[in-house]
Design a protein around this ligand. Structure first.
Ligand SMILES: NC(=O)c1ccc[n+]([C@@H]2O[C@H](COP(=O)([O-])OP(=O)(O)OC[C@H]3O[C@@H](n4cnc5c(N)ncnc54)[C@H](OP(=O)(O)O)[C@@H]3O)[C@@H](O)[C@H]2O)c1
Length: 338
């Protein structure tokens, strides 16, 4: 295992983050505490220290299981959790990005996690109601109180995150260190705005569902099912076409498709630390081998071609010859690019 710095911070995290949404049986596809502990042991023994959970996962069981696991070695782990989604349905303000929910949710998470601090707190999903300054001020107060070390964001439009980062910079508040987005060979649309934005602010990208929930392992094409419903986009014609190319590349390299799909998210010109889930030790063991795999430029090009997306406006407009001519006065090819 190698380690990366999380965004513009000095925090050292393993190059793979363990997703723990499947810890707990409440959602009818996850695993119990004993099985979760075995997965955690495998990850920790391989040098993994970065764990991802959320207040919402498995109705709190994911946090409870992690709390039980790390309680005797808390400082060793970099514990990331999230707030925003409901963890009870009786309180109007027990969901959303608002300050009341932020403080309530963090206090509940701390109890379930049996700790007095969270290493990385993510806003989970943007609610389009709460002003961003309310969120950033709340984050800053939690950091000042010692309840949270670093703040980060997930599933939020790029323009909102940009304004948050500018505000933090101007006011000397803690900047958001990581951007959590769905990102895989099947879901590349964050390449349009979110990932360039993260690069601009030096944020690490922490892709969720890097295996598209298991679709990119190729197991659904071999008849071995998991938790993805048949009608899911992850199993439509386009996704199956991409998965077949992943399987071809894996065969050429003599490795498993999961390793190819995972490595594609890691071998990037920006800091990318995928959050990968597993409900079996054998799955995690297989995925951990992605660490030593190296994809050649030819293989990356083949995967990129199979999974390419329309970038849309303004990206495609910028590439038009006439637009380049008027923008660079004919010197485009002679100018060093950033
Ligand atoms: N911020 C957000 O909105 C958000 C949303 C979703 C997830 N997340 C985070 O991202 C993490 C990962 O997401 P995810 O679990 O949805 O996606 P994923 O990591 O792409 O998929 C994990 C699933 O793939 C299957 N799998 C993994 N390795 C395998 C292997 N080697 N062979 C065969 N199957 C394998 C397992 O499915 P089966 O269990 O079906 O076998 C496993 O549960 C979550 O745990 C959570 O921490 C964040």
């Amino acid at each position: 295992m190698k380690y990366k710095l999380l965004g513009p911070s000095g925090l050292k995290v393993s190059e793979l983050c363990l997703g723990t949404m499947g810890f707990g049986t409440e959602w009818n596809w996850g695993v119990d505490q004993t099985a979760s502990f075995k997965i955690l042991d495998t990850f920790a023994n391989a040098g993994g220290n970065f764990l991802d959970t959320a207040n919402r996962y498995t109705e709190g069981s994911s946090e409870r299981i992690i709390g039980e696991y790390i309680k005797n070695n808390r400082d060793h782990f970099v514990l990331a959790t999230k707030y925003s989604l409901h963890d009870n349905l009786t309180n109007l303000n027990a969901s959303g990005n608002n300050r009341k929910n932020l403080f309530r949710s963090v206090n509940e998470s701390l109890k379930r996690l049996q700790t007095d601090y969270i290493d990385v707190l993510y806003l989970h999903i943007w609610d389009f109601l709460t002003p961003i300054d309310e969120v950033m001020r709340g984050f800053q107060d939690l950091v000042s109180q010692g309840k949270v070390n670093y703040v980060a964001i997930s599933d939020t439009p790029a323009w909102i995150i940009s304004s948050a980062q500018t505000m933090a910079q101007c006011l000397g508040w803690n900047k958001l260190v990581a951007l959590q987005v769905e990102y895989s060979l099947i879901q590349r649309t964050p390449e349009r705005e979110l990932i360039p934005m993260a690069q601009h602010y030096g944020m690490s990208v922490t892709p969720w569902a890097p295996l598209a929930g298991g679709a990119l392992t190729g197991k659904y094409l071999k008849g071995d099912k998991g938790r993805i419903p048949e009608q899911s986009k992850r199993l439509n014609e386009r996704s199956v076409g991409i998965t077949k190319v992943v399987m071809d590349v894996a065969q050429e390299l003599g490795v498993e498709p999961s390793q190819v799909a995972l490595k594609w998210t890691m071998q990037k010109p920006f800091t990318s630390i995928p959050i990968v889930g597993a409900t079996k030790v054998s799955q995690l063991e297989e995925n951990l081998k992605a660490i030593t795999l190296q994809l050649s430029p030819e293989h990356i090009a083949k995967l990129n071609e199979a999974s390419k997306i329309e970038m849309g406006f303004p990206h495609e407009f910028f590439e038009e010859a006439g637009v380049r001519q008027v923008t660079y006065g004919g010197f485009y090819d002679k100018i060093e690019k950033r």
